[in-house]
Structure formats: structure tokens, C-alpha cells
Design a protein around this ligand. Sequence first.
Ligand code: ATP
Length: 302
Amino acid sequence: MDRLMIDCQQLEKVFGAQKAVNAVSFQVPEGELFGLIGPDGAGKTSIFRMLTTLLLPDGGRATVNGLDVVEDFRAIRRQVGYMPGKFSLYQDLTVEENLQFFATVFDTSIQENYALIKDIYEQIAPFKNRRAGKLSGGMKQKLALCCALIHRPTVLFLDEPTTGVDTVSRKEFWEMLSRLKQEGITIMVSTPYMDEATLCERIALIQDGSILSINSPAGIVSEYPKTLYAVRAERMGHLQKALREHASVERVFAFGDYHHITLTPGANQHTVREWLQQAQFEGVELKEITPTIEDCFIHLMH
Ligand SMILES: Nc1ncnc2c1ncn2[C@@H]1O[C@H](COP(=O)(O)OP(=O)(O)OP(=O)(O)O)[C@@H](O)[C@H]1O
């Protein structure tokens, strides 16, 4: 196996009576783009903070590039890049001053690793004298990424980097990550957006502090054990209620313009279709579909 850059074994974090991180184990080999996918409160930030040595684990152990997060915290801090979800920039410093500050803290200079951030920095360079607090969400995110990269980290930790960022900037951001990956940097990224999961090489789905599944996005989809259908008709609210009450329908959930349903063992889609027509639903559409990561997540949650 490739060299392991992140190794978590039964990692735990407890806040009062709540287990924010519950026996979490996963491994990330060198050069991988690994995603932690889960809703708010799933425990993603707590895992990031333990791996970047800002929070002590209450159980289990973890290493980053072979260094223990408790014993070797100083060495880890020198070599990882961390872009927290919020407040990573000094709002009153300009773009250039922020970058200079991070370079100085890591005992390096902007020039030394400029090649790594060049593509990203050039996009915000026209605003280099603007205070970080006055930048748009997308520009803040680019600056924060430059700051996290300025010392050429071995592992880059990005906690919800695209939350609150517009669709175009989100897309650009993921393209930047693929380029960084080509530079050999191992990247662990978290996101609550299920559509972004497919942009990672492997993902861990996490909820309530526990990992539900770890695999490639395609692997997670292929593990989905049911046949999934999308159903639509006029009067969607009414349709949902009717589907819930039908004996052949096992589970129903609203999904964009459709309801996604699974059927009870032995039931088939024709029975449901005929019944919907008999029940006078207009414009019925019922089709078998490939599950998305979100469908897989919903299935694993129950
Ligand atoms: N310092 C703290 N004290 C008490 N509870 C905490 C603390 N930090 C986190 N928690 C709780 O632990 C759980 C996991 O939080 P965490 O921030 O790790 O989740 P998350 O997946 O990153 O979600 P979010 O996107 O909301 O930050 C949440 O229920 C949260 O309220």
C-alpha cells in the first residue's frame, strides 16, 4: 500500500454527554483527495481539529504523515495546511498582508512557494491591497487557500471550503484542488454538499459522529442494495402522502422535482404505476434510476 498520510484508529471526542466523534477509523494514502461528507453537526470539524492538533482526542489515536497528533503536535503543525470553515483570515489585514503573515509564521516567504499558489493568487492579486473583510466569499476562500498552502504542506485540511460560496466559485475551487493533487499534496476536504462527493477519490459518509461507509463514490453507489425509482405527478404533496400509504412502497423521500421510492420485497413498479393511474393522478412518471450519493446516505442513515 502507498504511504499513509492520515491514519485514524477509533478516534473519539466527547463534549459533556455527547459523543461528537464516535470510534472513527479511516486511512488516507499519499496524494489522495479524500472527502468527509456529512450534515451539520456530524463531527467533521471535530475530526479536523484533532488531526490538526487543535483539539485533544478523548479516545483512539491518529497520525498525520506518521506523526502522532498528541505526541508530535509541533511537528504536525509545521507541515500541515488547515483552512477552517470560518475565521481563518485576519479581516483587518489586506490580501497581501494576510499571505505575508502566514508565510512569516511558517518561517518561509511568499516567493519560496509562489509556484504552488500562483494560479490561485493571480485571481485575487488585483485586490491585494483590499482588506480581507471586504472580499467576496469566493475571493476570501481563494485567499484562505493560498494562506493554507504558503508553506507547501504535506497534507492539506479543508473544512467546508465551499460552504456559502456561489456555484461558479465552487466549481473553480474543485478544479484548483485537482491541480494541487497533481502536485502530490494529500487533501482531506469536508462538505455538506452531496454533489461534491463525486469529485473526491474516496469518501467517508459521516453522521452523528459515526462513519456510515467509506469507499470511492462509485463504490458507495454500487453498494446500494435496492432498486430505486423516481416518481412524479401533478400534486406532488398529495402523491407523497399516497405513496407513503401504499403497501408496496417501502420508503419515500422528496428529491428535487421527484419523489424517490423503494419497494417492499416482491413488489414491482407496474403495480404502483397502475394504482397511481387508478387513483387519478395526472401526468404520472415512474422510472428506475441510479442512486446518487445522497440516496446512499439516506439509505445508510436508517
Ligand atoms: N466545543 C464544543 N462544546 C460542546 N459541543 C461541541 C463543541 N464542538 C462541537 N460540539 C458538538 O459536537 C457535534 C459535532 O460538531 P462538529 O462541529 O464537529 O460537527 P460538523 O460536522 O463539523 O458540523 P458543523 O458543520 O455544524 O461544524 C455537534 O453536535 C456540536 O454541537
